[in-house]
Design a binder for this molecule. Sequence first.
Ligand code: HGY
Ligand code: MN
Ligand code: MN
Ligand code: MN
Length: 428
Amino acid sequence: PHSSITNTLPYSLSVDTQSIQNQIDELSTFSDSPAPSVTRILYSEKDVLARRYIKNLMGLSGLSVREDAVGNIFGRWDGDEPELAPVATGSHVDAIPYSGKYDGVVGVLGAIEAINVLKRSGFKPKRSLEVIYFTSEEPTRFGISCLGSRLLAGIETLAEALKTTVDGQNISFFDAARSAGYAKDQTDLTSVFLKKGSYSAFIELHIEQGPILEEEGISIGIVTAIAAPASIKVDFEGSGGHAGAMLMPNRNDAGLAAAELALAVEKHVLESGSIDTVGTVGILELHPGAINSIPSKSHLEIDIRDINEQRRNHVMDRVHQSAVAIAQNRRVKLSEFKVINQDPPALSDKSIIEAAELASKELNLTYKSMISRAYHDSLFMARISPISMIFIPCYKGYSHKPEEYSSIQDIANGVNVLALTLSKLSLD
Ligand code: HGY
Ligand code: MN
Ligand code: MN
Ligand code: MN
């Protein structure tokens, strides 16, 4: 059957580029920040609009749609042998503040269009195909990245923690979920857990969010590993006071403690011995935030990643030591040093990598293996299914900012490779 699939599909693959571009543009209007930026936060009213939009597209593609208790959405195309473990693909649609309109979206709209391409080509799946819209991949609202896929992967500690999780406005996770129509009658999220082996394969289409494919003029990236992410929340407390009347020797400035720790993060990352270690202080808040008031509190959130888990953990330990030392030296209180997540990397499955390479070859597209330095829902789907990812180039590697851009031709290439790979995996 493989030989028949390979000589027919590549010639009859036809992505409707006009409609997928229109969908990307239309979806980007469901945003809480002005165009060209996109802000779409979990369970917000713009997020609910996006969910309705995607469920409608799934329906138009003949997929049967179901949603779980936290809003992971599944669109299914039943195969000839529906009792076999399906093949799944998908990504996320939530967007961090003032970001772009391709991160995640290409992997959800592209997955639905890949189903349309296969239907238009007359393909009949053996294993059912499922498109998954993960309820939220970004950590923005509750500080938890890949919240939906972590639950699908059966992470019990998260299901427990969500019972007492609140957002920055003190809205509980369950109240927020209920406001979007989810978690109606339950506070027990174990119903979301999927068993290992629920899928025979999971493959995610995503923009590279880095400059390599564009710089090297290569059309397709095939992901062999996903870097190990970690995040830490830190609070310092000092006595505060009057910016004019308080002489310097008497101060214990929580703001300067935060500033010193941010520079210490950079120092420890640069001293890790590898270019693959990255560290970012993306949130740094001072209280009370008045020009003439010495900060009495500071709050930092630190993102540290590496493709080598031990090296990343070592940097985290040194950051912790620095936080303690800075607190002592500046006579401030280290009131919180909390590791929010400290995840292992994920390795892609050889057979899925090979299917994506074969698909790229048959479509006469250049491709290369690469690691993903960004995390994705695939990182957690790897706990219950073999995975890989398909990357497409994005302009100068820009992402998480409004200038994010991928050409419709690159998107179409990605959709075609996804469609052909899904067809191969479905017939396995
Ligand atoms: O931060 C990340 O790696 C992902 O793009 N949210
Ligand atoms: Mn992102
Ligand atoms: Mn993403
Ligand atoms: Mn805090």
